[in-house]
Every structure is written in C-alpha cells, then in structure tokens.
Design a protein around this ligand. Structure first.
Ligand code: HPA
Length: 249
C-alpha cells in the first residue's frame, strides 16, 4: 500500500463475523498461493485507523476451527498491507477468576492441535526455518489493548495461558484437569497456528479473548450453545469498545 500509515488487521472469531461500526470502503475477494481466505476482506476505517477485517469462520459463520485456512488468512491480510493484527477469540475458562463474559489478554499459548498446516515454510526450502516464539503475542499490542480497556473502563485480565485444542468438539472434564495442570487458564480452538503464522509473516499480533463458558467439568452443568451465545451477547459489546478505543489511541 506504499504509505506509512499503520494498517490494522482484525480477525473476528465466533460472535464477531462483522463489525457494524467499521466504515467499509472496499470488499476484497482474494486468493493466495495457500488458497482463499475464510471470507472477503472488509477494508475500511475504525476509530480513525485503516482496518482490514476478516471473519475467521467465514461470513456467514460456517468453517469449523480445524478447517480454517490459517495460512490463506494471514497471507491475505499481509498482502492487503496489514502490519499488525488483533485476533478476537471466544474461549472457555479454566481459571476461577476468568468468569464468563470477561475479557482476557493472554500472554502465552500451549498448542494441542494436530494435523493443521503449521508453517509457511514447509516445501522447497534452502534451509529450515525456526522462528522464535518464546513470547507468542506482541507486547506492544497487548499494552495498547490494556490501555484501551482501562480508558473505557472495561475489566480485562492481563496475562494468561491459552490452551489451543483441536476441536471441533469441546473437551472432557479430565482433559480440562490436564490442561489446568499444564498451566492453562483459558481454552479455545483457534489460537494456533494463526499466531505462529503471523510471527512467520513478521506481523505484530495479539489476542483479545472473550470467555463464553466455563470449561468442561468446572460446573456441574453441561455446556450448551445457548449459554455460549448469551455470554457472547453479554461480552461482545465490550470487545468492540476495547477495539475501538485501541484504534483511536
Ligand atoms: N473449549 C474449547 N474451545 C472453546 C470453548 C471451550 O470450552 N469455548 C469456546 N471455545
């Protein structure tokens, strides 16, 4: 895009298939060497910033977490000039303080996924590529999101370990106990390989997670889609407030 104005990418997860307040200037149907991204890119302005929005699960929501073409999504955003990404992810909570409908800014990931294409660097290599992933999320975007949340008075847990499971099924109670022993605070299905592909593409990337349920076995109830939906509805407005304040800053 050739100018120095930062371009923010927003990857919307479950419950965030579109952002109504995004003033869309252009809709880009695109294809990458990795295939098509989940949905057309919505290019516009939010909070005064140039934004490219992508619905991770498609628009309408139809692609399950293990079938998302994460490489095409990251490559399409990069090609559209994006240099920093905020990923919005719906998650279950393992940590007692991270109650349903609260927001979390995780700072670590444990990857339990399998069979997903985990890298841009797999074929025709002159040398193997091993990116550093000690700190999987961008500290500067996490700082910006934390400051934005404080500015609009939205509570946000700062830090946490995101356990990324394969899905699409939810976990068993024993699996959640194991994740807790591993040190996980929240559990979702979409952090990986998205975050590492952003790192490989040299894009700053952070996650704003919305808790939509207690993880399996944390209550005596089973997890229903109705409960998930009502926690999504209760929290998504605050996600948008934080996003807009972050881009305004
Ligand atoms: N487990 C995995 N992924 C999720 C959950 C969960 O409980 N809730 C939302 N995404």
């Amino acid at each position: 895009m050739g100018n120095s104005e930062p371009v923010w990418g927003i990857i919307g997860g479950t419950g965030l298939t579109a952002i109504d307040s995004l003033m869309v200037d252009d809709t880009l149907e695109t294809e990458t060497v990795w295939g098509a991204p989940s949905a057309p890119l919505r290019i516009g302005r939010l909070g005064g910033r140039k934004v490219v929005f992508l619905a991770r699960h498609g628009d309408p929501h139809r692609i399950p977490p293990h079938r998302v073409n994460y490489r095409a999504n990251i490559e399409a955003l990069r090609r559209a000039g994006v240099d920093r990404i905020i990923a919005v992810n719906a998650v279950g909570s393992i940590h007692p303080a991270m109650t349903p409908s609260s927001l979390v800014l995780p700072d670590q990931i444990i990857d339990y996924t399998w069979g997903r294409a985990p890298s841009f660097h797999e074929e025709n290599l002159e040398h193997a590529v091993h990116v550093d992933f000690t700190w999987p999320y961008s500290e500067s975007i996490r700082d910006a999101l934390r400051a934005a949340a404080a500015e609009v008075g939205v509570a946000c847990h700062d830090g946490g370990v995101y356990a990324c499971t394969q899905g699409p099924r939810l976990e068993t109670a024993a699996e959640i106990r194991r994740l807790e022993q591993d040190g996980a605070d929240i559990v979702g299905m979409t952090a990986m390989p998205e975050a590492v592909l952003a790192r490989e593409a040299e894009l700053d990337y952070a996650c704003l997670a919305l808790v939509v349920n207690w993880a399996a076995g944390r209550t005596s109830e089973v997890i229903t889609m109705d409960d998930i939906r009502s926690n999504l509805d209760a929290g998504i407005g605050r996600v948008l407030q934080v996003l807009e304040a972050c881009l305004r800053a």
